[in-house]
Design a protein around this ligand. Structure first.
Ligand SMILES: Nc1ncnc2c1ncn2[C@@H]1O[C@H](COP(=O)(O)OP(=O)(O)OP(=O)(O)O)[C@@H](O)[C@H]1O
Length: 753
C-alpha cells in the first residue's frame, strides 16, 4: 500500500515535470519564432512582437527557476478531489489544473489546516523530492475517519524537522514547503497599513518577510509591478545572505537594500561609534539640517557695490531680504526657490542699470533684454547672488556642515560642545550609515539642483506614460486565448514599455527605483527594524507615502544605540497608533538548551525577551569554559577541530569583539588558511569570524563566543549583542571566557569543559 502510494506520487510528479519541460520548450520555440521575425513591419506589429518576446522571456525565466522542489505538497479534500501545491501554478493544455501556486488562496489550507480546524482538508501530504524523484512522503491525517478507513500512514522525521536539521550553507533557503500556520497568516495579511511582526530569535521573521514579499507581488501584481517593493535589511552581509531566496521564489519586482544604500550613488560604511549613531539618528537632526540649509541664505551686512558694464549698481540688505522672503514664500525646495530669488534680484538690478544708462544719456543701449543679459553675465552680480543664496547639493551641504567647525558652530546652537565634537568629521571622510538619512533630509529640503534635470525627468516620465498607454492597447489586442494558457499576468504593459526602450534605458520598475531617491514604493518590508533610528524611519516613510509597511524585528535584539526600545515609541511619530502587531512564538533555529541559556542570560541582564519556544531539543548542551588569562585564543584553536567535526561540513562561526576578534582571525588563518572568512559578506568559507553586529540575522551550525562579557555594554543597551550571538547556532554553542562570566550564564552553567 505504501509502495503503491509512493509509486502513484512518483508518477504524478513525473507528469508535472513533463508538463514543465513542455512549457519550457513551447516558450523557447515561441521566443525563437518571434526573434526570427525580426524588427520589420508597422510599429504596431513591432511592438506586439516585443510584447510577446518579453512575455516569453519572463515566463521562461520563471519556469527555469522552479526546477528544484517544483512540488512539495498535496491536499486531499472533503469532496474527494486532490490538489497538488508547488512553486507555480501548472495546467494541462486544455486548462485542467495540475498544480496550485503556493501563494494562491486555495493553497493557504496547506499551511493552515489543523485537526481542529480542517478547512475541508482530510489529509495533508508532504512530498520530499531529490532531483525530480519523490523519495519520501509524509502525511498529516486531519480527518479521523480517514484513520479508521485503514488508509496507510506515512511518517518520517517530519518535513519541518528535516529542514531545520539540514546543514547551513551561508545562504538562506526558502521555506515554501514548510511554512507554519502562524507564519502563513502573516505572509498573507492584507497589504494596506503597517504590520509589525515581533518575534524572538529564529522565529522565521526574515523568512516570513521574504515570503511575504513574494506573496504580495503575486496577489497585488498590478500595483506592485509598477511601484515595486523595497526590502530593507541591516547590512550588506545580511543582504548577501538573503539575496538568493527571492529569485528562487520566482520574484523579481523587489529592490533589496541595506540601510547604508538607501541614497542613490552612496555606499555608506557602518557607523562604529554608538554615540555618533545615536546623535545622528535622533529627531534633533531635523531642525539642524533645516538650519544648515537656511544658513546658506545670507543677507549681506552692508550695501554692496556691483560693477556691470562700467556702471556701479547697489545691492542692499533690504533688497536681498525682500527677494529671499518672496522666494521662500513659494514653498519650493531651496534650489528651486533660488530660481525665484535670482529672478527677482536680476530684475531689480536690471531696472537700476536701465535708469543709470538712461540717466547717462548714452545712446540706444537701453534695450532691456540686452541690459538683463549684461546683469546676468556680470561676475560681480554672480558672486553677490551666490553669496546670498548658494546653489547646493545634499552631499556638499552635509559634508560642509559636519566638516567645517565654523558652520557647525553657526547652526548647531541646540547642541553642546561635546555633541558638536561628535558631529564634527573630516570633510572627505566616507559617508556612514548614520549620515544617509541626513543626506536624504538635505536632498528633500534642497530639491533638484538643476531645474533642467527635473524637466528632463518629467519629460521622460511623460513619454513613458504615453508608451505605457500604447502598450496597454497592444496587450488588449493580444489573443485572449493565448493569455489564458497559464501565461496571463506574465507580461504587463510595464514590461512592454521597458522592453521597447533602448537597451541601456530598458529597466524594470525595480531598477528604475534604485536610482531614484524620490521613487514611491508600493510596499516596504523592513527586517531587523528594531535597529532603525528616528531619522532612518523618516527616510523610509518618505519612500512609501502610502505607508504600506511590513516591519519585522525583535526589540530585545537591538544593538544600535539609535535603535528602538519599544515599537510604540519608534513608530508613533510616523504611524500614530495605526499599526497592528503580530507575534511569532516558535524558535525554529536554536535548540531548546541553547535558547534557554540565552534567555537566562538576558533575563539576568534585565533585558526583557520574548523567549520563543524552541521547536526541537538539540544534541548538545551549551559548553561554558573558563580559561586562564590570555588563553582564550589558544583554547579556541584547541577546540575548533571538535566544533568542525560536530558541524560535519556545515558552518562554524566565531563571534567576538575587537581586539579578540582580530587575534582570533589571525590565529585561525595561520592554521586553516582560506577556509577562514573575515566577517561581513565572506561566509562562503566554513569558518567565519565576525562581530555580533555582523552576525545579526545570520545563522551557523556551531558558534563559539569569545569573552562573552565583552559583548555586554549596558550603557548603549548592547546587552542585545550577547543575546544575538548566543542565538545564532542551529546545533552547538560554546562560550570561552577568561574574565567573569555574565550573570545568568554562570547560574545556568551546564558545561563539560
Ligand atoms: N516554517 C519553517 N520551515 C523551515 N524552516 C524554517 C521555518 N521557519 C523558520 N525556519 C528556519 O529557521 C531559521 C531562522 O529563521 P529566520 O532567520 O527567518 O529567523 P529570524 O526570526 O529572522 O531570526 P533572528 O531574529 O534571530 O535573526 C532559518 O534557518 C529558517 O529557514
Amino acid at each position: 500500500m505504501l509502495d503503491a502510494d509512493l509509486a502513484h506520487e512518483r508518477d504524478y510528479v513525473r507528469g508535472l515535470y513533463t508538463r514543465l519541460d513542455e512549457l519550457r520548450e513551447e516558450k523557447r520555440s515561441q521566443l525563437a519564432a518571434v526573434r526570427k521575425a525580426g524588427a520589420i513591419g508597422s510599429s504596431q506589429n513591432v511592438s506586439e512582437r516585443d510584447a510577446f518576446a518579453a512575455m516569453y522571456e519572463d515566463r521562461l525565466a520563471q519556469l527555469d527557476a522552479v526546477e528544484n522542489r517544483l512540488v512539495f505538497g498535496r491536499l486531499d479534500l472533503d469532496g474527494g478531489e486532490s490538489q497538488y501545491i508547488g512553486r507555480i501554478g501548472l495546467s494541462t493544455e486544455d486548462l485542467r489544473r495540475l498544480m496550485v501556486d503556493w501563494r494562491a488562496p486555495e493553497a493557504s489550507h496547506f499551511y493552515q489546516a489543523t485537526a481542529f480546524d480542517r478547512q475541508g482538508v482530510r489529509r495533508r501530504r508532504h512530498l520530499i523530492l531529490q532531483g525530480r524523484e519523490v523519495v519520501a512522503i509524509e502525511d498529516d491525517v486531519l480527518d479521523s475517519d480517514m484513520l479508521t478507513e485503514g488508509t496507510a500512514q506515512h511518517q518520517g522525521e517530519g518535513a519541518l524537522l528535516a529542514a531545520l536539521n539540514s546543514k547551513r550553507t551561508g545562504r538562506m533557503a526558502d521555506i515554501v514547503s514548510t511554512i507554519q500556520a502562524e507564519q502563513d497568516r502573516i505572509i498573507r495579511a492584507p497589504m494596506a497599513g503597517a504590520l509589525v511582526v515581533q518575534g524572538g530569535p529564529g522565529t522565521g521573521k526574515t523568512a516570513v518577510a521574504l515570503h511575504r514579499a513574494a506573496y504580495l507581488l503575486y496577489s497585488h501584481r498590478d500595483r506592485l509591478k509598477s511601484a515595486g517593493v523595497l526590502l530593507v535589511g541591516p547590512s550588506s552581509s545580511f543582504m548577501k545572505y538573503i539575496e538568493r531566496v527571492l529569485p528562487s521564489l520566482g520574484e523579481t519586482g523587489v529592490v533589496m537594500s541595506s540601510v547604508g544604500r538607501l541614497m542613490p550613488g552612496i555606499a555608506a560604511v557602518p557607523e562604529k561609534d554608538p554615540r555618533i549613531a545615536a546623535l545622528k539618528g535622533s529627531q534633533r537632526m531635523v531642525p539642524l539640517i533645516a538650519a544648515a540649509v537656511a544658513n546658506r541664505q545670507r543677507i549681506p551686512s552692508a550695501d554692496r557695490v556691483l560693477e556691470v558694464e562700467g556702471y556701479r549698481l547697489l545691492l542692499t540688505p533690504r533688497q536681498v531680504r525682500r527677494a529671499r522672503d518672496k522666494a521662500r514664500a513659494t514653498g519650493k525646495p531651496y534650489n528651486e526657490a533660488r530660481n525665484t530669488f535670482v529672478k527677482i534680484l536680476l530684475r531689480e538690478l536690471t531696472e537700476q542699470l536701465q535708469s543709470k544708462v538712461e540717466a547717462s544719456g548714452s545712446g540706444n543701449t537701453t534695450d532691456r533684454s540686452y541690459l538683463a543679459e549684461d546683469v546676468r553675465q556680470s561676475r560681480d552680480v554672480r558672486v553677490a547672488v551666490n553669496l546670498c543664496w548658494m546653489p547646493m547639493t545634499a552631499e556638499k551641504l552635509v559634508a560642509e556642515l559636519l566638516g567645517r567647525r565654523s558652520i557647525l558652530d553657526a547652526v548647531a546652537h541646540e547642541f553642546t560642545e561635546e555633541e558638536r565634537d561628535l558631529l564634527h568629521r573630516p570633510e572627505d571622510a566616507p559617508w556612514t550609515e548614520a549620515d544617509v538619512p541626513l543626506l536624504d533630509e538635505a536632498a528633500e529640503l534642497l530639491g533638484e539642483l538643476d531645474a533642467a534635470t527635473g524637466h528632463e525627468a518629467a519629460r521622460r516620465e511623460a513619454e513613458r506614460r504615453r508608451d505605457l498607454e500604447n502598450a496597454q492597447q497592444t496587450l488588449r489586442n493580444i489573443d485572449a486565448a493565448l493569455r489564458e494558457q497559464g501565461i496571463d499576468g506574465v507580461v504587463e504593459a510595464e514590461d512592454l514599455v521597458a522592453f521597447q526602450q533602448e537597451p541601456e534605458v530598458r529597466l524594470t520598475a525595480a531598477e528604475r527605483a534604485v536610482g531614484d531617491r524620490t521613487w514611491a514604493y508600493g510596499h516596504i518590508i523592513v527586517d531587523e527594524a528594531q535597529e532603525l533610528s528616528y531619522m532612518q524611519w523618516r527616510l523610509l516613510v518618505r519612500r512609501c507615502p502610502l505607508k504600506s509597511f511590513t516591519i519585522v524585528g525583535d526589540i530585545a535584539q537591538t544593538s544600535s544605540a539609535a535603535g528602538a526600545s519599544s515599537w510604540g515609541r519608534a513608530l508613533r511619530p510616523f504611524f500614530g497608533d495605526r499599526w497592528t502587531l503580530e507575534e511569532l512564538t516558535v524558535n525554529y533555529r536554536t535548540p531548546a538548551q541553547i535558547a534557554e541559556a540565552a534567555a537566562r542570560m538576558a533575563a539576568a541582564a534585565g533585558l526583557v525577551v520574548s523567549a520563543p519556544k524552541a521547536v526541537r531539543e538539540g544534541r548538545w548542551d551549551p559548553i561554558v569554559e573558563r580559561v586562564d588569562a590570555g588563553a582564550v585564543v589558544p583554547r579556541l584553536l584547541e577546540v575548533l577541530p571538535e566544533e568542525l567535526e560536530a558541524a560535519d561540513g556545515g558552518l562554524v562561526a566565531v563571534i567576538a569583539e575587537a581586539p579578540l576578534l582580530g587575534a582570533a582571525r589571525e590565529a585561525l588563518r595561520e592554521v586553516y588558511g582560506p577556509r577562514v572568512g573575515g566577517g561581513a559578506g565572506s561566509f562562503e568559507q566554513d569558518i567565519v569570524v565576525l562581530d555580533p553586529r555582523e552576525a545579526k540575522g545570520l545563522e551557523f551550525d556551531a558558534v563559539v563566543v569569545l569573552e562573552p562579557s565583552a559583548l555586554l555594554d549596558h550603557e548603549y543597551g548592547k546587552v542585545g549583542d550577547l543575546y544575538v550571538a548566543m542565538t545564532r547556532p542551529t546545533q552547538r554553542l560554546r562560550l570561552i571566557s577568561e574574565g567573569p562570566l555574565p550573570a545568568g550564564i554562570e547560574q545556568g552553567k551546564r558545561g563539560r569543559g
